[in-house]
Write a protein that binds this ligand. Structure first.
Ligand SMILES: Cc1ncc(COP(=O)(O)O)c(C=O)c1O
Ligand SMILES: N[C@@H](CCCC[NH3+])C(=O)O
Length: 425
C-alpha cells in the first residue's frame, strides 16, 4: 500500500505533510516511508519463510545507511558492486557473511577487502576475474567462495540500457562458455565453487523471462553435477519492476506470485532430478524494495512561457534524479497542495545547463512559483545516481516513521564539494 496520500488537500508521507518537510529541511529532498520499505521487504521475507533462501538487497538502488540498517535488522543480505558499498554495509551494521559481490570490474583492493570480511560469495563475471581472485585469495592464505554469473541470453523486454542478460551485454559469462569456465574455476586452488548466478535486467513487469532464465540455470546445474561440480546456491538476480503511474502501463508481477513460481520450479526440479546437496535460492531485488518508498520533493522557482513550450523550472535537476535524462524514464509529478492556479501543460525542468535536464515532459499542472511538487516513485536509483554537476550539492534525505520525520542525510554544502581539491602553487 502506498504510504503517500492526500489528507486535507496536502500530500503526506505517512502522517507528515510534505509541506512541513520542505519547511524544515528545504528542497530538493528525498523523502522515504519506513512503513513502505518494511512492507516491501516483508513481501520477499514472507514468501521465503520456511525455505532455504536469502534476499540480498541490491543496494545500488538506494544505499542510505538508515535504509541499509532497517533492512539489515529484518535479516536482509546485500548485493554489492564495489568496495565502497561493502564499507557501507558494515557501517550500517549489516552482516558481511550475507554479502554477494557482483560486477565486471572488481579490483585487487576490492577483492582483498571482501575476503578480509569473509563475504558469502563473489559473483564472478569472466575468466580473467577468476584468475585475479584466485591469486588474491592465495596471497591471503584464503579460499574465495564463488559463483559464475551466467548470461542466459534471455530478452527481458525492458529499456536497452537496463537489459543485462543478452549476448550483446558486457555482463556475465556466455551460456555456451559456462561449462568450460566452471571447469577452470574448479581447478583453481584458492577458489571454492559454490553457486550460479544471473541477472537479466531491471524494471521487468512480467516474470516470464526470469523463469526462462531460471530454467537455463537449472539445466546448467544438472550438467555441472554430472561432472562432479556440485553447487549449493542458485541466484536468480533482481529485476522485478514497479509501476511509475504512466497511463497504459502494465502492472508488475506480485512479488509473492513470482517467488512462489520460482520455488515451485526449484521443488519440481529437485523432486525429479536433483539428488545432491540442498540448494539455497538467492534473490537480488533493488527497485521492488525501495522504488515506491520514496518521493523527490522540489519547489517551483519560475514559470517560463517559451515559443513552443511552457516550462516549469524547479529546484531539483538531472543531477538529483537522472532517470529521465538517461532513459527518458517517465516519472509521475504531483502537486503537494493542488491550488487554484490555471492548469497548463509544462515541461518540468531543472536549472542545469543541459537541454537533457528535464524531469517530466508535457504534464498538465496547476502550479505557480513557490509551489511544491513531488516526483513520485523516486526511491530507487535516485540519490545513488546523483552527481554534483554544476556544483550542486546532493539533496537531503529524510525517513518518515508515522508522525516523525528523521533527517538521514543532510544536504551537501558548496564548500564540501570542492574540499577535496587544491590549486597548483
Ligand atoms: C547484478 C544486479 N543485481 C541486482 C540488481 C537489482 O535490480 P533491480 O533494481 O531491477 O531489482 C541489479 C540492477 O539491475 C544488478 O545489476
Ligand atoms: N539505474 C537503472 C536501473 C539499472 C540497474 C542496475 N543494473 C534505473 O534507474 O532504472
Amino acid at each position: 500500500m502506498s504510504q503517500f496520500a492526500y489528507h486535507n488537500g496536502v500530500l503526506h508521507a505517512e502522517g507528515v505533510p510534505l509541506s512541513a518537510i520542505a519547511e524544515q529541511f528545504g528542497t530538493p529532498t528525498y523523502i522515504y516511508s519506513k512503513a513502505a520499505l518494511l512492507g516491501n521487504f516483508a513481501a520477499y521475507a514472507d514468501a521465503c519463510r520456511g525455505r532455504d533462501a536469502l534476499v540480498c538487497y541490491a543496494m545500488k538502488a538506494n544505499s542510505n545507511l538508515a535504509i541499509l540498517d532497517l533492512l539489515a535488522r529484518q535479516g536482509a543480505g546485500f548485493d554489492i558492486v564495489s568496495g565502497g558499498e561493502l564499507l557501507r554495509v558494515i557501517a550500517a551494521g549489516g552482516d558481511p557473511r550475507k554479502v554477494i559481490f557482483s560486477g565486471v570490474g572488481k579490483t585487487v583492493d576490492e577483492m582483498r577487502l571482501a575476503l578480509e570480511h569473509d563475504i558469502l560469495c563473489f559473483n564472478v563475471e569472466s575468466i580473467p576475474e577468476l584468475h585475479r581472485l584466485n591469486d588474491v585469495a592465495g596471497s591471503m592464505g584464503k579460499r574465495a567462495r564463488i559463483s559464475l554469473r551466467v548470461n542466459p541470453n534471455v530478452d527481458p523486454k525492458t529499456h536497452p540500457y537496463i537489459a543485462t542478460g543478452l549476448k550483446a551485454n558486457k555482463f556475465g559469462v556466455a551460456f555456451d562458455d559456462a561449462l568450460a569456465t566452471y571447469r577452470t574455476a574448479a581447478q583453481l586452488p584458492h577458489l571454492e565453487v559454490t553457486g550460479i548466478d544471473c541477472h537479466i535486467g531491471s524494471q521487468l513487469l512480467d516474470d516470464a523471462p526470469l523463469l526462462e532464465a531460471l530454467d537455463r540455470l537449472i539445466e546448467l546445474i544438472d550438467t555441472l553435477g554430472k561432472e562432479g561440480i556440485v553447487l549449493h546456491h542458485l541466484d536468480i538476480g533482481g529485476g522485478i519492476g514497479i509501476n511509475y503511474g504512466e497511463a497504459g502501463e502494465a502492472s508488475p508481477v506480485a512479488v509473492a506470485d513470482y517467488l512462489g513460481r520460482v520455488f515451485a520450479k526449484v521443488d519440481a526440479w529437485r523432486a525429479a532430478r536433483h539428488h545432491g546437496a540442498p540448494i539455497k535460492v538467492i534473490f537480488e531485488p533493488g527497485r521492488s524494495i525501495v522504488g515506491n518508498t520514496g518521493v523527490l520533493l522540489t519547489r517551483v522557482e519560475f514559470l517560463k512561457h517559451g515559443e513552443e513550450k511552457n516550462f516549469c523550472v524547479v529546484d531539483a535537476a538531472m543531477n538529483d534524479m537522472m532517470r529521465p535524462a538517461l532513459y527518458e524514464a517517465w516519472m509521475d509529478m504531483q502537486p503537494v497542495a493542488p491550488g487554484q492556479a490555471p492548469a497548463q501543460t509544462y515541461d518540468v525542468v531543472g536549472p542545469i545547463c543541459e537541454s537533457g535536464d528535464w524531469l517530466a515532459r508535457d504534464r498538465k499542472l496547476a502550479v505557480q512559483p513557490g509551489d511544491l511538487l513531488a516526483m513520485m516513485q523516486a526511491g530507487a536509483y535516485g540519490l545513488t545516481m546523483a552527481s554534483n554537476y554544476n556544483t550542486r550539492g546532493r539533496a537531503a534525505e529524510v525517513i518518515v516513521d508515522g508522525d516523525v520525520c528523521h533527517l538521514v542525510r543532510r544536504r551537501e554544502t558548496p564548500a564540501e564539494l570542492y574540499a577535496l581539491e587544491s590549486v597548483i602553487k
